[in-house]
Design a protein around this ligand. Structure first.
Ligand SMILES: Nc1ncnc2c1ncn2[C@@H]1O[C@H](COP(=O)(O)OP(=O)(O)OP(=O)(O)O)[C@@H](O)[C@H]1O
Ligand SMILES: [Mg+2]
Length: 231
């Protein structure tokens, strides 16, 4: 049986800023299944971050119906969205967003505390080992390279055993080699652990390595040809 984790029916996101209405996502239909690895690509301002935030329950749709893990989240209040995302979603961001005064290990343990889960240091250590940082667990973020910081952020995103991992421009602050290494970790998590991954990227070389590529243009899903990214 195909396990559909997310189903969006004609979802839109409208931002109102001063008197202006910006329709960042326009009547979009989408299904995400268990085990998919999706790269969302598109020009700056096409709505990639907005879409990722909505799918990850970090933000609400303005119109349309969004079903996430069998919940109709379109009608959810913020407090309910927090619950569903804490338990089920992991997030990785371009800026890593590590706490500068905590070690790598402490950063990875932190989500367990917020989620009310047992603070299993051994789980955090094995995740840091998994991303190749077993020898850096007591380092502060400033004592790590950019690529290493992003690995800590991936371990932190995984510590609550999420059903879906979302990553917004995860390699945007990294050089080519570190970016590929981070992408290789995503590929392995998807292939070996069947982890569902949805990320955005401006990097075509990396994005094209995902198993499914989604092109956004002006808030709509378009074909590769219509995306004008490869002309
Ligand atoms: N909080 C907000 N308030 C008002 N408008 C916003 C807000 N966030 C995004 N927008 C607008 O919505 C549109 C989509 O923005 P979004 O950040 O989703 O694009 P993006 O594809 O992620 O761009 P980039 O590649 O530069 O990260 C843009 O026109 C942006 O200016
Ligand atoms: Mg963005």
């Amino acid at each position: 049986m195909v396990n559909i984790l997310i189903k969006a029916d004609r979802i839109s996101k409208i931002y109102t800023l001063f008197a202006e209405e910006i329709k960042a996502i326009k009547d979009l239909d989408l299904e995400i299944r268990q085990g998919e690895f999706i790269a969302i690509m598109g020009p700056s301002g096409s709505g990639k971050t907005t879409l990722l935030d909505i799918l990850g329950c970090l933000d609400k749709v303005s119109t349309g119906k969004l079903n996430v893990l069998d919940h109709d989240v379109s009608a959810f209040k913020e407090s309910s969205l927090v619950k569903i995302r804490r338990v089920n979603m992991g997030f990785v961001f371009q800026e890593f967003l590590l706490i500068p005064t905590l070690t790598a290990l402490e950063n990875v343990v932190l989500p367990l505390l917020f989620s009310g889960l047992p603070q299993e240091h051994s789980k955090a250590v094995s995740l840091l080992e998994r991303v190749g940082l077993g020898h850096r667990i007591n380092h502060l973020p400033r004592e790590l390279s950019g690529g290493e910081r992003q690995r800590v952020a991936i371990a932190r995103a995984l510590v609550t055993t999420p059903k879906i991992l979302f990553a917004d421009e995860p390699t945007g602050n990294l050089d080519t080699k570190s970016g590929q290494q981070i992408f290789d970790i995503f590929k392995e998590l998807n292939q070996k652990d069947d982890l569902t991954i949805v990320l955005t990227t401006h990097n075509y070389k990396l994005g094209l390595q995902a198993r499914r590529i989604m092109f956004l243009k002006d808030g709509c899903i378009v074909s590769r040809e219509e995306s004008s990214l490869f002309v």
